[in-house]
Write a protein that binds this ligand. Structure first.
Ligand SMILES: *Cc1c(COP(=O)(O)O)cnc(C)c1O
Length: 241
């Protein structure tokens, strides 16, 4: 490892505890401003491209939920950290042929966008681990290139996933294109929130809206986010390979 990278990591670890405290404060403040109970907003620490030491530091500062978006990196980190108290969320694109290790090692998947993936996770989830928590990733921007189920197909997919054994449909997730300004940031989150309302009206109640990251968590909280996925604001810049 280059000395500059080692130094960077070392400084990161020291910063994590302090950053976590700040972020938890900011999330609570945003919730109160939005007229919500701060306890209804959960912090998911996105540890992708961060060292194991940063996860350990965050865990010792009381952080329980961690998110990874690359399967191999996530599996290695789960094994290296080896802490049964932690809750691991898979938040990246999931290829249908790589579902088994996700079903066996993660507690949540936020990025289900087709029935085939959900059906495989359902079959491959070991009984003794209990239900795998599922969010459907919704393509709120209608961008051709983005993953996520399109808005028109959410209700049908939700109905199908809700029926699958060993899965628990928890809610919806989105990863909108970058927008600047509070009002513009709120717009796609409002759309996701309305979709969840429509599911409820159709008899498919959910309890999770996974939306908002380091730069737009406040807008997401104003629109009802129950899980915000924060990476760089906790851990600092990612180590790009
Ligand atoms: C990387 C990532 C995040 C965290 O992004 P930050 O800007 O670092 O907070 C959240 N959600 C998903 C799906 C990601 O891939």
């Amino acid at each position: 490892m280059k000395p500059s990278i080692a130094k960077h990591w070392e400084q990161n670890v020291i910063r994590v505890t302090e950053n976590l405290r700040k972020i938890r404060d900011l999330l609570a403040k945003a919730a109160v401003e939005a007229g919500r109970d701060p306890d209804t907003v959960q912090l998911l620490a996105v540890s992708k491209k961060q060292p194991v030491s940063s996860v350990v530091e965050a865990a010792s500062a009381g952080q329980r939920d961690f998110g990874e978006n690359q399967l191999q990196e996530g599996l290695e980190k789960i094994a290296a950290v080896a802490d049964d108290e932690l809750v691991w969320h898979f938040i990246g694109h999931l290829q249908t042929n790589k579902t088994r290790p996700v079903a066996e090692h993660f507690h949540w998947v936020h990025s289900v966008d087709r029935l085939k993936t959900a059906a495989r996770l359902s079959r491959q989830r070991p009984d003794e681990l209990g239900d795998l928590n599922i969010c459907l990733q919704v393509n709120v921007d209608l961008e051709e290139s983005k993953s996520g189920v399109c808005v028109d197909a959410v209700a049908e997919l939700a109905g199908q996933v809700a029926e699958l054994p060993r899965l628990k449909l928890r809610g919806l997730m989105c990863l909108p294109a970058v927008r600047h300004g509070f009002a513009a940031q709120r717009e796609p989150f409002a759309r996701l929130s309305r979709l969840a309302d429509q599911l409820r009206a159709n008899g498919i109640p959910t309890d999770t809206l996974s939306m908002g990251m380091s730069d737009d968590y406040r807008a997401a909280i104003f629109e009802g986010a129950t899980i915000v996925r924060v990476g760089t604001a906790i851990f600092g810049p990612r180590i790009e390979s």
